[in-house]
Design a protein around this ligand. Sequence first.
Ligand SMILES: Nc1nc2c(c(=O)[nH]1)N[C@H]1C(S)=C(S)[C@@H](COP(=O)(O)OP(=O)(O)OC[C@H]3O[C@@H](n4cnc5c(N)ncnc54)[C@H](O)[C@@H]3O)O[C@H]1N2
Ligand code: MOO
Length: 578
Amino acid sequence: MSTLTEVEAVIVAGGRASRMGGVDKPALEVGDRTMLGTALAAVEGCARVTVVGPHRDDLDPHIHQVQESPAGTGPVAALAAADPTADLVVTLAADLPFITPGTVVALLEALNSDAHAEAAFAVDTDGRLQFLLAAWRTPALAARLAALGGDVANRPMKVLLPERHVTVPVPETTDCDTPADLHAARRAHPGRIAADPAEARRLLRDALLPVPSRVVPVAEARGATLAAALVAAEALPPVPTSAMDGFAVAGDGPWVLRTEIRYAGDGSALTLRDGEAARIATGAHLPEGATAVVRDEFVHVDGDRVTRLPDAPVRDDARRRGEDWEPGKVLAQAGTPVAPAVASAAASGEVTRLEVRGPLRVHIVVTGDEIRRSGPLRPGQTRDSLGPVLPDLVRWCGAEVSGEGHLRDTADGFDALLSGTRDADAVVIVGATGGGAADQLRGALARAGAHTVVERVRCKPGGSQVAAVLPDGRAVLGLPGNPVAAVATLLVMLPAIVDGRTGRIPPAPLLGPLANAEEVAGDITRLLPARQGTDGRWLCDNAVRTSHLAGLIGRTAVAVVPPRAVDGDLVELIPLPR
Ligand SMILES: Nc1nc2c(c(=O)[nH]1)N[C@H]1C(S)=C(S)[C@@H](COP(=O)(O)OP(=O)(O)OC[C@H]3O[C@@H](n4cnc5c(N)ncnc54)[C@H](O)[C@@H]3O)O[C@H]1N2
Ligand code: MOO
């Protein structure tokens, strides 16, 4: 067979996947790399590799990048844009998480084994032809494209099918078109031990698919994430307005004072003729004919005569229509949380409804036969010191509580929990990450068809946490039972679930310099209660009892202290609720 050095590869990696909430499908991770990364690995060694789609800054510079025109017009347009020149070309999609270099070799061998064949196509286990997973004689592909006479946009791949072709059974053809496909592909890969909390967050965020968006009145959007940009519907100000208490004037002055006074909220008709002035209040709309506003401090009024003071600066104290923005101005991009400023800017821009995802609805469960919420403790029981405060912590992370419960340590109970909380977007389970209880949680996750994203994290406390995704997209976060570990893990991980499921752009972490790093840093990342000293540096508590939250009293944040940190290092600070 030919060596790969005579072969080009074209990877079709376009557009936003509409069936997956508009995510960038080639960038989704399955296993330990993106699906585009899997495609690139499969064609490594080819003479030239072309990726067709939106430009990706993170690709190796030797990879050729082109975009079909217009963008998003399908695979035929993408192949036309790639324009390969080597004798042979391998084409593949960027949503095939199981293809390998062997898949590519099998296609090329099949093509070479039949001198008359113009192309070799993969067929899946059901015998269906995979048009994009193919090897072509490049002139044959060029001829098929030329025969379309430039009409390549949004054409089905079958228009390229040459009469003389061979097929190759390829078991790795499973593609990822829907969330269910993606979920099934990911389940085939084991969960990971994350190197630190930052990696755990990234893995979880990337494994989650956004919930469907909805259009709601602004007041109902608080706490959600914008799914579409907030675009001003009206100019601000919509009409010329006075910025000061003073006089609306027409012309250069001096002016004759009209008896009418222009108050804010006054919409009556008033027209100034050249040489006239009228008293006006801050926020009032300018009368017709007004050329400027002069504030009280800059004029002298004598009867009905108004003159500008000789040393007063000549300045217009009016706000002009559109001075702040014109209609169509993007006030906040998609992915922005609907915080008070966003809701307020929507009001200023005359926008009454927003397209949003979320707020994230979280179902909270504490587990453990020994845990008791209220009433006197019986022998063997432990007071539930987490259940009463978890709702506050969940809301602090920017989510809503859709339900709460206490679960006994039985397999049935865990199964019922996972199948019965479908109105939630995420399930937070406390105290089932280690020992026997963990088997209940992991067993129930396996029976429910979950994909475990994070199996453990290299950090202390919180190392035993589990994060998984259920087939319907719900996130499951298993928090360690020790209360300090549970709180630290929740504060680190729940915001990542909000990001992943609502499409929120991850907020930049809050950073601060450490005061006593050398005392508290260990071999793995530590999550420690911290407070700010008078010199502005952050002091961490080294010896923290994890069985109660009293150690968090008077502390402002949980510091994420990386291994071998030194004094003065900037570290992430996760604010604690006040
Ligand atoms: N042999 C080992 N045992 C444990 C290890 C270990 O590495 N080897 N790790 C310890 C650490 S660290 C943690 S954290 C816990 C994690 O265990 P689970 O997530 O399964 O949690 P539980 O065993 O159910 O509970 C641990 C601890 O916390 C108390 N707890 C649980 N829920 C509450 C609540 N709502 N309010 C107050 N206290 C709660 C529970 O009674 C236990 O004392 O495993 C350690 N063991
Ligand atoms: O895993 Mo435990 O969470 O270290 O405290």
